[in-house]
Design a protein around this ligand. Structure first.
Ligand code: GTQ
Length: 348
């Protein structure tokens, strides 16, 4: 805007622009909003709609060409750079029997939540980690990882990464391993077997305060935890019986930037609405329901993914009166808490 009452003022705006200066008063409202306004919009990705395209690319594109065969789930409000909610990304990866995905590492933290298939593994810093549906596998920042598949049929999983945050911080490094895959350097799935019990930590191993040492939080354990609670707890009025996957050394989130959760919405669960600054990505493990996000209704079914932007009022409902709905979710809440900006409130 350069229409001013006097040409003298216009000249000053132009002149300060050339000097790399800018008038704060013209930007104040957008820089200091009364409340956060997420660029992300509430959005749902239908697994049934995406699956045939995944299978097409599995046929059409080799892993030598693609390195990682992943469909990014890009929020319509966050296309450049692509992200799913603020600071977090979701993708769906597919690998076929006999394939290997090149070993590499990046400073971005990553996890995988297995959706379908059997027989694939990820090698993380020399440890082979087996995958089964419902398992949560961690690849913390700067850990070498390659995927390979020795089973039958395609294997699909959800990838969660924090690269939008790491890149915004200009802290992104990436490196290829000098071979296509890593050799196994210790017994398979050792870290899970050593640490999954959580209350009995191996004392001879150096605690890692930053990342969980667990390669895989297997579904068998997650299921046991949810079942063990059964109907004895009412759970959260917002998220039902919700459990956080934790670092056994700290009791905190699995990685510094991402908290991963699993929640059980009982049959007929009709949650209260709340909003929090952290954005959340949900993956439907099983069941059907609806989540209302600032007036937008997302109707979800098994294996779908949906995005709830930060500071939007949202409420979950399990549509079934006989079956549980199980939601896996991840959020950047640990970052907000570490920075002292986390806020949450009832939204009714
Ligand atoms: O499997 O290493 O979805 O590096 C995005 C980046 C998956 C992976 C993604 C990655 C990977």
């Amino acid at each position: 805007m350069t229409t001013e009452t006097t040409s003298g003022t216009t000249d000053h705006y132009e002149a300060i622009g050339k000097l790399g200066a800018s008038p704060l008063w013209r930007y104040y409202g957008e820089l200091f909003t009364a409340e956060p306004r997420s660029k992300a919009v509430p959005h749902l990705w239908s697994y049934d709609d995406l699956r045939p395209h995944m299978l097409h690319f599995a046929d059409a594109l080799s892993l030598e060409e693609a390195e990682r065969r992943v469909l990014m789930l890009v929020n319509p409000g966050m296309t450049e750079p692509p992200a799913t909610v603020n600071s977090l990304y979701a993708g769906i990866q597919i690998i076929l029997p006999g394939e290997t995905a090149q070993a590499h590492r990046h400073t971005a933290n990553a996890f995988r939540f297995i959706i379908e298939g059997e027989g694939a593994c990820t090698t993380v810093n020399g440890e082979r980690v087996h995958m089964s549906p419902g398992d949560l596998l961690l690849t913390p920042g700067w850990h070498w990882h390659d995927h390979y598949h020795e089973g039958d049929g395609p294997m699909m999983w959800l990838d969660g990464l924090d690269y939008p945050l790491i890149n915004a911080l200009e802290a992104g490094f990436f490196q290829l391993y000098d071979q296509r895959s890593q050799r196994a350097e210790r017994p398979d799935d050792l870290s899970s077997r050593q640490f999954i019990h959580g209350r009995l930590n191996p004392l001879w191993l150096q605690p890692d305060q930053v990342n969980s040492p667990i390669g895989n939080y297997p579904w068998s354990e997650t299921h046991k935890a949810l079942n063990g609670i059964g109907d004895d707890a009412t759970g959260s009025r917002y998220d039902g019986v919700v459990l956080e996957y934790s670092n056994p050394h700290t009791g905190g989130p699995v990685m510094p930037t991402i908290s991963c959760r699993i929640s059980r919405l009982r049959p007929g669960f009709d949650g209260a609405a709340h909003r929090h600054t952290a954005g959340t990505i949900y993956h439907v493990v099983s069941g059907e329901g609806r989540t209302e996000v600032d007036g937008t209704v997302l109707e979800w079914g098994e294996k779908d993914v949906f995005a709830v932007p930060g500071w939007t009022a949202h409420r979950h409902r399990n549509r079934s009166n006989s079956a549980d709905a199980i939601l896996m979710s991840y959020t950047n809440e640990p970052v907000h808490r570490a920075l002292g900006v986390y806020r949450e409130e009832l939204a009714e």
